[in-house]
Ligand binder design. Structure first.
Ligand code: GLA
Length: 384
């Protein structure tokens, strides 16, 4: 498949060179082809894994919805199922937006991932305040610390129980905890020193999985999700933690690899080794937040607009996608789902990141569909 892509690219370049200055090269060389007119991604990979996309509720209508129905057989909420949205105030659960996503998945016979029961970010402050409004993490009295710990674990259990009881028949895989590893953590074990950790140690992780299992049942699929799971030392920190938890009987079914990656990073070998490593513990793997940024780290300089992105960049990205999906397919007995962290290049969190590092101006383009829902070279690279 790569050869075809390369050939059309080379002939594309030849045509561009003959064009008078001022004509948009991308438009002139490649007739845009709508994502709705091409073979569905989920059909292409149906023998290997489900193909998902992260969505906001507004994307469940219009062109996004059409593309979702055509190409994806799995979805996940980009934001509305995070703790800050579901329980912004203690005891006040807000399921309105989350319900919309559940309904859409049901109506369109799609799998649904839950993201995320526990996280240190996008979590309301009240979780970590004691009854007097004082941050529990600052408490020094040992007796009060123990009380605080029990209070926080109770709050955690209630949060999880309420959500899981509501959605247990609708969710195919649960991100139970997100980003509990921090390779720079002062404890030297890679355990993120979030308020969760400062107040409960690693007990919050155990309680989260046990509570999810208790209410979701034996068949529920429970994941520990993180970024940079391919690279050392993070990979080993995550492996050590998961292994220890499994030995203690904590019910973990799989590892979610966020996979916010770049064209040249991490290596394919690292990616393969990581999947195999977690599979060696008897765990499933899911690729949960895939996007292939055009940039390195930090994302600087960035192209100011989509039209500024040169074709070579899109070609390099397509080559990367090609290699990546070849790998995923080869390892498909160890991977059950591949989810993109968005639908098309018109909506990606990476734009915010590019803007942040480039004085408010910067565009990224991490997916296989362009901002107008036309297919990119990356699409052809992964569809065969
Ligand atoms: C992490 C989280 C996602 C999302 C992305 C980017 O990867 O897991 O929910 O917030 O960051 O914003």
């Amino acid at each position: 498949m790569l050869n075809n892509v390369r050939k059309s690219f080379i002939s594309g370049v030849a045509i561009v060179l003959l064009l008078p200055v001022g004509i948009n090269s991308a438009a002139a060389t490649n007739e845009p082809k709508s994502a709705l007119e091409v073979k569905p991604l989920d059909e292409r990979y149906e023998d290997s894994f489900t193909i998902g996309a992260a969505v906001e509720p507004y994307q469940l209508e219009g062109k996004d919805a059409e593309v979702l129905k055509h190409h994806y057989n799995s979805i996940v909420a980009e934001n509305v199922m995070k703790p800050i949205n579901i329980q912004p105030e203690e005891g006040k659960f807000n399921f309105e937006q989350a319900d919309k996503i559940v309904k859409f998945a049901k109506e369109n016979d799609m799998d649904l991932r839950f993201h995320t029961l526990v996280w240190h970010s996008q979590v309301p402050e009240w979780f970590f305040l004691d009854k007097n409004g004082k941050p529990m993490a600052d408490e020094t009295d040992p007796k009060q610390r123990e009380k605080n710990k029990q209070l926080l674990l109770k709050r955690l259990e209630k949060h999880i129980k309420t959500i899981v009881q509501r959605y247990k028949d609708d969710i195919d895989s649960w991100d139970v905890v997100n980003e509990v590893i921090d390779e720079y953590a002062p404890n030297g074990k890679g355990l993120r020193e979030s308020p969760w950790y400062k107040i409960t140690g690693t007990d919050y992780i155990k309680v989260a999985f046990e509570t999810a299992r208790k209410y979701a049942g034996e068949n529920a699929k429970l994941y520990i999700n993180d970024y940079n799971t391919e690279v050392e030392p993070k990979r080993t920190y995550l492996y050590n933690l998961v292994k220890e938890l499994l030995e203690q009987g904590v019910p973990i079914d799989g590892v979610g690899h966020q996979s916010h990656i770049q064209i040249g990073w991490p290596t394919l070998q690292e990616t393969e080794d990581s999947i195999n490593l977690f599979a060696s513990l008897g765990l499933d793997n899911q690729i949960t937040e895939l996007d292939v940024s055009l940039y390195g780290w930090p994302p600087r300089p960035a192209y100011p607009t989509y039209a500024d992105i040169p074709k070579e960049k899109f070609q390099a990205q397509a080559d990367r996608y090609n290699a990546l999906f070849e790998l995923y397919e080869r390892l498909d007995d160890k991977i059950s789902n591949v989810t993109f962290w968005g639908v098309a290049d018109n909506h990606t969190w990476l734009d915010d990141r590019a803007e942040q590092y480039n004085d408010g101006v910067g565009k990224d383009a991490p997916f296989v569909f362009d901002p107008d829902y036309n297919v990119k070279l990356a699409y052809w690279a992964i569809i065969d």
